[in-house]
Each structure stands twice: as C-alpha cells, then as structure tokens.
Design a protein around this ligand. Structure first.
Ligand code: WT7
Length: 654
C-alpha cells in the first residue's frame, strides 16, 4: 500500500505497484530484462527483427569498430516510411485511424493508415519531382498539422534527410539551420494557429532566404493560416498544386540501415546549436520498442496522444516514428493547452477517448495551478497510462497527475532521454515496475547506465554523480552534422579511455536506496525551460549582437512554472547608456532575444549591471549570478578577480 508520508521530501517512500489487471494484460513482461541481460546486442537484434520489416535482413547487429560512431544492423536495408505506413495497410489495418488531427481553431481531419499512406506517396512523388533524392536535406518549418507528419515521412521515404525546425524559432534561427545543413528544399505553411491567432511562417522563411546565397532551390507552402504571403515566382510552390496532383503510386525503395534519417538542432554549451544526426534502422527499432513497451501500447484499442510539437525530438520519436511504426491510432493537436478555454486538452481526451497520454511536467504544473475543477468538467476515464518527459517531475506534480488526471489509478512513466539518445533510455515499464514519484527509475532493457564521480569511477549510492551511458544503443546519435570533432569532444572525451567509450549525457543523477535513478538536472551551461533546452552561451551571443550591449551573462534560475527561467545580466556600452531608460533597455533586449532566437528564449528578467563577476582568468562565474537570480546568499567569491563586484550587483538588485 502506498504510504503518503510527509518526510517523503527527504526520501520518497511512496510506491505504486501495477494493479493485477494491468500486469496481466501488459505488453511487456519481465523476460525482456532477462533476455537483454543475457545478450544486449542479440536482444536489440531480436527487437529489430520482431518490430520492423526489412527489405534485406541484416546479418550483423552492431559494428562498434568505428567508435564512437556506431553502426547498427548495417548490412540490412529497410524503408522507414514503408515500416510506418504500407506494411500496416498490407497487413489489413488500412482502415485503422492513424491520425485524429485537431486544429486549434476547431478544424479537424482524420487519416486512416490507407489514407496516410496515399498522402505520403503523393508527397514523395512531388518532392522527388523537385529534385530531392537520397541524402539531400529538406528543412521542414510547419505547425502541428497532418502535412508535417506527411512531409517528414515523404522525405524519409525517398532516403532524404529532414531537418525539422520548430515553428516558434525565429527567421534567424531558421536561416542558420538551413545553411548548416545545406537544405535544398524548405517545406512550410503560410501560417499556423496559436493562442487564437495566425502566426506567419512563410514570412520567416522569406527572411531566412533573403540574402540570396542559400542552397535552397524551392519552398513548398501548405495553405493553413490563409494569411497573406509574399511569393517568389519560380522558387515558391503551393503544396496543394504540387502534391494533390501527384501520382498516388510510389514504390518504397530499401535503404541501408545507416542511411541518415534526420538532423535535429539542439542547444549545447557554445553559441552554435548542434545538428544531431540520427539514422534509420537502429533509431526506428528503439523508438518502436520503447513506444510499445513503455506505454504498454495495444494498437487495436489504444488511442495515444503525445502533446509535443513535431519540431522537438519528442515529436519525432513519439509522435511520428514510434507510434506509426507500431500502427497506433493517435491524436495530433495544433495549438496551446488553454485556447480557446483552459480545459482544451481535457476536452480533446474526452472527445477521442485517449487512453495513453504523454506530456511535460511544466504543463502539469500549470494545470495544477489552475485547479482540479477544470479537468473535473471532462470525462477522463478512458486514460490508462500517463507519461512525463523533458525535466524531472516533482513528486507533488506526479501525485496530482495520477490523482486528478489518472483517477488515482493510472500508472505514470517518467521517461528520461535526450535529443541525442533518440529514444527513451530510463523509464519504468508500467506492467512491471513499482512506480515511485520523482524518479525516472530504471534503464529500459538493453540500456546500460552508470553514475560516475568526477574522476570516472563509479560512485556508491546514494552519492550523486554524472550520468553516463556505458554501452552503445540503437537510437544513439551518429554525430553532429559537419562537426565530428565537436561530437567526440562534447560527449565522449570526458570519461572514455583505453578504447572503452562512455557517453557523457550532461546530467547529474543519483541512485537511491531502492536502486532507482533520480535525475538532478544539467551539470553544464544548458538550461531547461519548460522542458526545452536552451544554452546560456546562445542567449549571451544574441544579447551582445545588440549594439547597446557590451557584455552579457545568462543563467538558468529555478522557476516554479517553467522549471528554469532565463535570467540575464547585461552591461550597456558607455556611449549607449543615456539612449534609453533602464525599463526601455530591458524591454528592447527581451524583444531582441525573442527575435534572434525565438519566443522561448525571451529572458524572464534582465538586470542592467556595471560589472560581471569574473575569475582572474576572465571566466564569468555564473554560479554566483545564479545565487543572485535565485535570491540565495552568495557563495564563495574568493576566486573572483575583484571580490567587491558581487556586493555591487546584489545591492543593486535589492
Ligand atoms: C535533457 C534533454 C527527451 C525529450 C525532451 C527533452 C532533461 C529529459 C527528463 C526526465 C529529468 C529530463 C535532461 C536531459 N530531461 N527528460 N524524465 N527527468 N530530466 O530533450 O531537449 O534533448 O533535453 O532534458 O536534462 O539531458 P532535450
């Protein structure tokens, strides 16, 4: 029986074993752990054979001779889109709904597997006619509409590589991603719906391509917002002209398992986002395996909904590839949780009878704040599995999620993973694991995780340390696009030695007395705002690109709603000091960051200061600024070049 003790703040002792009925019908069974323990590589090879259709079967599962670049199932060939579409139709499931799409403005559409397959074949023909073939890069900058899924799968079907850019990113961010990948084609929309309004996308694409030096030959535009757009004749084409008229026949060709599938940019510790590269066979194996087992997917009866935007890794792995590879029925929603009313998400769950729901702690916390009377107005009794991703979920939010959304019975899986890991790495399996609030719990079968001290030796629980993945896994990144050195440096240099490669995730963690892994947040200069990754350096470089700014330092400060929030300390150039009032300067700089990177990067606070705390070697001591931003007493200042700086800063902010 769970005990709801108050001292759980120190040690969480509430445990929730699976109900006997849930365990009896569970897709996963404990033999998965046994099989994986017997032979990790064989285990993954079995999963690849069981879960996917191979045009040419592979004979070797893992080739680690080029470490840290892995090759999984390398002599096998498959088509990713065929695995997500055609084979379900051929198996007699063509009538099953693949997507129930809900637009924010109330528009809806649904696609059966047969219809989605036909739509992807048409799009593949249209995109191929624009000269896109194997290995070419296609940038996708779309709202969450069916065409986003169709475009991704059509690119995959051709063996080309997509780079999806989140629609909330600025024109400037889009430009750098298009240029870095050398994209040939951009697929976008006129605009999309968000918070009751149409936001323009095509305009941002025009801006990104304005200097005329881009590798982009065509821009394919979906009509969604019906907002006015500029048109560059010859370059710009309407989706409804090109795709709707294309042939519905398209034979999927098999590509090698290591054929690149997508690039997805994510923030690192420097100013420049990293293009994380994922390939085909191993990626699809792990996302299909985890989607099926972590969410206990019964494809005939479940209705699954992951609220992530397709522009993030969660949208790639658990909206597009995992669910569709498994032949699931899912909901796709374009808008925000509270438009046009605060119960919109719960209304959608009621409308479609959603059974499996996957979202982020930041959303749960904001619903908690709004109160249980909002979800109470809807029938949520269809829900049977709940998932969480993106940041640690605090026990209070976990219990609320289970009680208020999951009727006090639905299991919650807290899934830890990253853009780089491609798929879920640490999570309970809901029919097997005794669930515990506040912990991602255990590595999934076939994954080896260790917690190491600074010196690389394993720490003894319950001591904390740095999280590493100690063995290669199928959906691991294969590199950083165009930057093999940064790949080795960022992830592999810290703990690898003597030919033993260990992947450094950038997270702190500890193992509690039950053997469960508790995540403690990033240990590098990466912030986690509402489950989205932002780099301090990237925001600093956006700030200093403004002519007013001499120097800037950014920290992530604890925030009740968003996990962390962006707080900036800025020195204004002497000759600019009188140009604006402090309030004006702060407002201008907040807007500048949003315009440079995107609204998600807009600082919660900007403090105008006259100096920044630096060590004698000139390194900014962010730790001290974080103390200020979080209202704590300031820590050790002895290594500062000028120890009075912090007194000046903190006095100023009082
Ligand atoms: C970082 C990865 C994985 C998709 C969404 C974010 C943090 C993610 C959890 C969790 C604690 C988590 C980590 C990780 N994180 N999930 N369940 N518990 N922390 O992907 O943008 O690549 O960020 O998100 O710090 O390193 P991402």
């Amino acid at each position: 029986m769970p005990s709801n003790s108050i001292d759980s703040l120190l040690h969480e002792d509430r445990q929730f074993p699976p109900s006997p009925e849930f365990a009896a019908n569970s897709i996963a069974d404990p033999s998965l752990y046994e099989r994986a323990a017997a032979s990790r590589v064989e285990f993954w090879a079995d999963q690849a054979r069981e879960l996917l259709d191979w045009e040419t079967p592979f004979t070797t599962a893992l080739d680690w001779s080029g470490a840290p670049v892995a090759k999984w199932f390398a002599d096998g060939r498959l088509n990713v889109a065929y695995n997500c579409l055609d084979r379900h139709v051929l198996a007699g499931h063509g009538e099953r709904i693949a997507l129930h799409w809900e637009g924010e403005n109330g528009d809806t559409a649904s696609y059966s597997y047969a219809e989605l397959t036909r739509a992807v074949k048409q799009a593949a023909n249209a995109i191929a006619a624009l000269g896109v073939g194997q290995g070419d890069r296609v940038a996708i900058y779309l709202p969450v509409i069916p065409e986003a899924v169709i475009a991704m799968l059509a690119v995959a079907r051709l063996g080309a590589v997509h780079s999806v850019v989140f629609g909330g990113f600025s024109s400037e961010s889009l430009r750098s991603r298009i240029d870095d990948a050398g994209a040939k084609l951009v697929i976008t929309a006129d605009g999309g719906w968000r918070k009751g309004k149409v936001f323009p996308l095509k305009d941002a694409v025009d801006g990104a391509l304005a200097n005329g030096t881009s590798t982009v030959e065509h821009v394919l535009v979906v009509r969604r917002g019906h907002n006015e757009v500029q048109w560059t004749v010859g370059r710009d084409l309407w989706w409804h002209d090109e795709v709707a008229t294309a042939s519905t026949e398209h034979e999927a060709e098999g590509f090698e398992a290591e054929n690149p599938l997508f690039i997805l940019y994510t923030s690192g510790t420097t100013g420049k986002p990293k293009g994380i590269l994922h390939t085909s066979g191993g990626y699809l194996t792990q996302v299909a395996f985890t989607h099926r087992n972590v969410f206990d997917l019964h494809p005939e009866t479940d209705v699954y909904w992951c609220t992530a935007d397709v522009g993030w890794i969660t949208g790639h792995s658990y909206v597009v590839y995992g669910p569709l590879a498994n032949g699931a029925t899912q909901v796709l929603y374009e808008g925000t949780p509270d438009t046009p009313h605060p119960g919109r998400w719960w209304e959608i769950i009621q409308k479609y009878g959603v059974t499996i729901f996957y979202t982020a702690p930041t959303a749960i916390r904001s619903f908690m704040k709004a109160g249980r009377q909002i979800p109470a107005q809807f029938d949520l009794s269809s829900l049977r599995v709940l998932g969480s991703v993106g940041e640690p979920i605090n026990p209070e939010a976990w219990i609320w999620y289970r009680d208020v959304i999951g009727a006090g019975t639905a299991p919650i899986v807290d899934t830890w993973w990253q853009t780089e890991t491609g798929g879920i790495m640490i999570s309970a399996l809901p029919g097997i694991t005794n669930l515990k609030p506040g912990s991602a719990q255990v590595p999934i079968p076939g994954i080896k995780i260790d917690i190491l001290g600074e010196d690389g030796t394993r720490v003894d629980p319950p001591a904390g340390g740095l999280l590493v993945v100690s063995e290669p896994w199928p959906s691991m990144l294969r590199g950083i696009w165009g930057d093999p050195e940064r790949f080795v440096e960022t992830y592999w240099s810290r703990f690898s030695k003597d030919g033993v490669w260990k992947y450094f995730a950038g997270d702190g963690a500890h193992v509690d007395s039950d053997g469960d892994i508790v995540l403690l947040g990033r240990v590098d200069d990466v912030m986690n705002v509402s489950g989205h990754r932002l780099s301090t350096a990237e925001i600093e470089s956006a700030l200093v690109s403004n002519p007013m700014v001499a120097e800037a330092a950014v920290v992530g400060a604890a925030d009740e709603a968003t996990g962390q929030a962006v707080v900036a300390f800025v020195i204004i150039k002497t000759n600019q000091k009188d140009a604006h009032t402090t309030d004006e300067a702060v407002a201008l700089l907040k807007a500048h960051v949003a315009q440079q990177i995107g609204a998600i990067a807009r600082p919660r606070q900007i403090f105008i200061v006259s100096e920044l705390p630096k060590t004698r070697s000139g390194k900014i001591m962010r730790r001290l600024l974080q103390d200020v931003a979080e209202g704590r007493e300031i820590g050790d200042t002895t290594t500062l070049a000028d120890s009075s700086v912090m007194t000046v800063i903190s006095d100023k902010l009082k």
